[in-house]
Design a protein around this ligand. Structure first.
Ligand code: ADP
Ligand code: MG
Ligand code: MG
Length: 907
């Protein structure tokens, strides 16, 4: 790099006419598009591009232009002068230029552009003479001063806006086009005074070359501006791409009623319909259309006003779409009925439009199926599966708070702060959103009743997040700016108070929270969706399964074409009502006998749950994980118990009659017993404590009960004609003998039940690989396993030594400060957790070449992590049911990229 920057002959500048190779990386999207169109002979005002390399050099040199750049820019400017027959800074026949930003990836509206550059006290007279139009020249001048003042000289936009509004208000029509030359002169004078005052006596630069130099630097600077940096962070765009700067001869849309400016998409950006969709304004310039200066007209109306230009534009838009083989977003200006193209780029679109356009273009023969599969991003597909918030950036809707986008989709409802309220209010048919500091299994019923969940703490794998995703409900977690006050039944954000009962809208796809009811767009899956998914399935190597806990989830997964269940968490079945009581009884039992009696009650429930899932998944494998969480999760909270106990005691002191006293004493006695048990089970680090297979090792009767339930259900459902393929999975193994012990137990009980029932079930036994030690001794473990499933949530937690329940508080700081590229609980840390996965795969398969290997952590639904799983040679990924289509697409894209080799340019 350094050598390139020091090379005096390095090319920093290219004329449009010089490049036709679509060098987006170097010229930026805008520059490359203009060069392409120039080369294709389309009417483009001449210009040149200062490369993204120059921008990076500018930053490397402490915000100085690299050597040779300025000279090359001036030479290029000479070339433009010759082409248009005007001279930059000339008093009689001045050339004006625009100075435009543009990176290789589209960042609409994030950086700055300056129009009409080159105007000053003298050249404005030249422009008047040149065009014979004083009003126009002054209009261009006032636009230039305000743009330059704002972008280059850092004067607040509103200062200019206020002046303009005041003068407009004095005209008959309150329009900028009604301003007379006299008024425009006054505006210019006012603008110059504002700049003088704001710049502490610095005058507006009169020298056009000085203006140009300052404007180029300002565009470079805008790359590191707050807006651009934030946009890149949200959209995961690297900071070192740099922006190119395009300098281009001006054409004028503000030269009266035969001139105008507009924007159009070659297909509808919301629906994908094949129709030209756009807007224009006559007698206007630049951003007037998007800025809402006046209300623009639909593009079709241009046919009546300027038919020749319109027809020419129609033809060109089709040409451009054909050339790029993608939907284009095109900017144009008409000067005295002559059409000029100012930009073409592939247009931003919704998920629905993306799918429709990809499929239509295959049918039209513009692209092949493989390209279509690559055209739709997994996130766009995701949008299609959930309602979304429809926020027009122009509408001025304020985001109240943002958190982690934990479960996609949008929802709205009235705020409630407790699960019981959620249930009660929802029972009346009302929509509620459950707002909690964080959720626990006790809140489950509230989550079921709520439309969506919002928490102040916790990350993307917090309880709230995992449960919400499993249910396909929108969820925003870790909205740390929320001050939740349970006692007042309200939360506040920077002084805005939201009480219980107030409506909010939550967008789980972006993590945004709004006050009130924002318009939602409902999803609809049409034929195009199924067609595209079919093409995707032809490409992928990874199989896609789903994590499901109930027959209902299983049905959702199967409808999305999941190829089995990769993870059924049996403990989720224990959190509800009666079952929780039986579970507590089991945990609190004294001795094996009492425990087995309690387990008897659970057996029936488990058996029923498994039957339902087996029925839905007939013919497909169902992986059932044995009990995993620490037992205290099923017991009441220690703190609460203590409070209840002290309440009971004070009630006892106040009690007046003997019967009541007796009753209370009994209750106190029971509570004390419970308290002792809870204290006995209390662990300082429960996630590293007595959980996973460690439970089954100490309480083999729990494993026996679960395995019995699985096989009784399997025999029954198979007897009804379904094909049942259970895979029993032992969690949290780190020592080969743990698995050996559990596997022997599983086989023993399986044989017992099959003998009793006189049925044979084809089943397999495997383990989670979710501890570093398990990955390292995968070879020994594989000896006892038919399959591995990487539990990357726990594996991430234990590799980093980072609690996933608490890390939300500081991980965002890590990501913001680039200490970590991503939250490792959302995007798999390929560097180290990934290495453990690779080691696990390699050592496992060395011992057992046909070992089936999958992944069932949260990462299994995340596209980058799926690409990694493909490369690592996994057999399947297993994600939440609503992520299944996303995973199918991501797996296909990974496979396509793999066969195409890394040389393929996908930008
Ligand atoms: P953005 O990246 O925000 O779209 P642009 O660089 O495309 O910014 O500029 C915004 C608008 O300014 C364009 O859509 C176009 O209307 C106008 N514009 C830019 N350059 C010229 C030019 N050379 N002649 C006339 N109008 C221009
Ligand atoms: Mg533009
Ligand atoms: Mg785990």
């Amino acid at each position: 790099m350094t050598t390139m920057y020091q090379d005096r002959h390095h090319r920093w500048v290219y004329l449009f006419a010089e490049r036709s190779d679509g060098a987006k990386g170097l010229l930026g999207g805008k520059g490359a598009g203009l060069a392409d169109m120039t080369h294709a002979g389309l009417p483009v005002p001449p210009g040149f591009v200062i490369t993204t390399e120059a921008c990076n050099a500018y930053y490397a040199y402490d915000r100085q232009f690299p050597e040779g750049m300025w000279t090359q820019a001036r030479e290029a400017l000479d070339n433009i002068e010759a082409r248009v027959g005007k001279r930059f800074g000339d008093k009689e026949n001045p050339l004006l230029v625009s100075v435009r930003s543009g990176a290789s990836v589209s960042m609409p509206g994030m950086m700055d552009t300056i129009l009409n550059l080159g105007l000053n006290e003298y050249t404005v007279k030249g422009l008047t003479a040149q065009t014979g139009d004083l009003r126009f020249a002054l209009d261009a001048y006032r636009r230039f001063i305000s743009m330059f003042g704002q972008i280059v000289m850092d004067v607040a936009h509103e200062k200019f806006e206020r002046v303009l509004e005041r003068y407009k208000a004095q005209t008959a029509g309150n329009r900028d086009t009604d301003l007379t030359p006299e008024r425009l002169c006054e505006i210019v004078a006012d603008y110059r005074r504002i700049i003088f005052a704001e710049q502490h006596g610095h005058l507006f630069p009169e020298d056009p070359y000085e203006q140009l130099r300052m404007a180029i630097a300002a565009v470079f600077d805008s790359w590191m501006g707050r807006r651009a940096v934030d946009y890149r962070r949200v959209n995961r765009i690297p900071d070192d791409l740099g922006t190119a700067v395009t300098v281009q001869a001006m054409v004028f849309g503000n030269m009266g009623e035969t001139s105008g400016t507009g924007v159009a998409f070659t297909r509808h950006p919301s629906t994908g319909e094949k129709t030209l969709y756009g807007e224009y304004l006559l007698n206007a310039q630049g951003e007037d259309v998007v800025a809402g200066t006046r209300t623009p007209h639909p593009i079709s109306q241009l046919l009546n006003e300027l038919p020749t230009a319109y027809k020419q534009f129609m033809t060109i838009t089709q040409q451009l779409e054909y050339y790029y083989r993608d939907m284009q977003d095109i900017e144009f200006t008409i000067e005295h009925s002559n059409l000029y193209l100012l930009q073409t780029r592939s247009g931003q679109r919704t998920g629905a439009a993306s799918v429709r356009i990809a499929v239509d273009m295959v049918h039209e023969g513009l692209i092949d199926e493989t390209t279509a599969v690559q055209r739709v991003t997994p996130e766009q597909l995701n949008q299609l599966l959930h309602p979304t918030v429809d926020v027009d950036p122009q509408a001025g809707i304020v985001v109240l708070a943002t958190g982690i986008p934990a479960s996609p989709g949008a929802a709205q409802g009235q705020v409630v702060f407790s699960p019981d309220d959620a249930e009660e209010i929802a029972r009346d048919g009302k929509k509620v959103i459950l707002v909690r500091q964080e959720t626990s299994p006790d809140d489950f019923h509230g989550m079921v009743a709520a439309q969506a969940v919002l928490t102040g703490r916790g990350g993307a794998t917090s309880h709230a997040a995992v449960v919400a995703r499993g249910m396909g409900k929108p969820c925003v977690t870790g909205a740390t700016m929320l001050e939740i006050d349970y006692s007042q039944q309200q939360f506040s954000v920077n002084g805005t108070i939201v009480p219980k009962g107030e409506w909010i809208t939550l967008d789980g796809s972006t993590g945004r929270v709004f006050v009130g009811q924002i318009t939602l767009v409902q999803p609809s899956l049409g034929a195009d969706f199924y067609k595209l998914m079919g093409w995707a399935d032809e490409h992928r190597c990874l199989r896609v399964r789903a994590n499901v806990d109930t027959p209902h989830d299983a049905q959702v997964a199967r409808d999305f074409k999941a190829e089995g269940v990769g993870l059924c968490r049996t403990e989720h079945m224990f959190f509800e009502g009666e079952r929780l009581a039986a579970m507590r009884e089991m945990i609190l039992a004294d001795g094996v006998g009492a425990r087995e009696k309690a387990l008897e009650k659970l057996l029936a429930h488990q058996c029923q749950d498994f039957s339902g899932i087996f029925q839905v998944m007939s013919g497909l494998p169902v992986t059932i994980r044995l009990l995993d969480p620490p037992l205290h999760e099923f017991l009441p909270n220690l703190q609460e118990l203590l409070t209840e106990l002290s309440d009971l005691k004070s009630a006892l002191r106040r009690a007046r009659n003997g019967r009541r006293e007796e009753q209370l004493l009994e209750e106190i006695y029971e509570k004390r017993a419970l308290l002792r048990q809870v204290e006995r089970l209390h662990e300082a680090n429960p996630m590293l404590g007595h959980r996973g297979c460690r439970l089954g090792l100490l309480y083999p009767e729990v494993t026996r009960m679960q395995v019995r339930a699985i096989f009784e259900a399997a025999c029954k459902v198979q007897g009804e004609g379904a094909t049942v393929r259970p895979e029993i999975m032992v969690p949290l193994v780190s020592i080969a003998d743990e698995l050996r012990h559990q596997a022997a137990l599983i086989d023993e009980v399986a044989r017992q039940v099959m003998d009793e029932q006189g049925t044979t079930i084809t089943y397999s036994v495997g383990t989670m690989i979710e501890l570093p030690r398990a990955a390292l001794c995968a070879g020994k473990i594989a000896a006892h396993a038919d399959f591995f499933s990487f539990g990357t949530n726990d594996l991430t937690q234990t590799t980093f030594g980072l609690s996933r329940d608490d890390s939300g508080r500081f991980l965002s700081h890590y990501v913001e400060n680039k200490i970590l590229p991503d939250d490792p609980f959302q995007v798999l840390d390929q560097e180290c957790v990934g290495e453990l996965v690779q080691i696990g795969v390699e050592r496992g398969r060395r011992v057992k070449p046909d070992l089936k290997i999958g992944i069932c952590g949260e990462h299994a639904g995340e596209p980058c992590s799926i690409a990694f799983c493909h490369k690592a040679g996994l057999d399947y990924v297993s994600c939440s049911p609503f992520r299944v289509p996303v995973a199918r697409l991501a797996a296909a894209q990974a496979a396509i990229l793999d066969t195409a080799g890394s040389s393929l340019d996908l930008t």
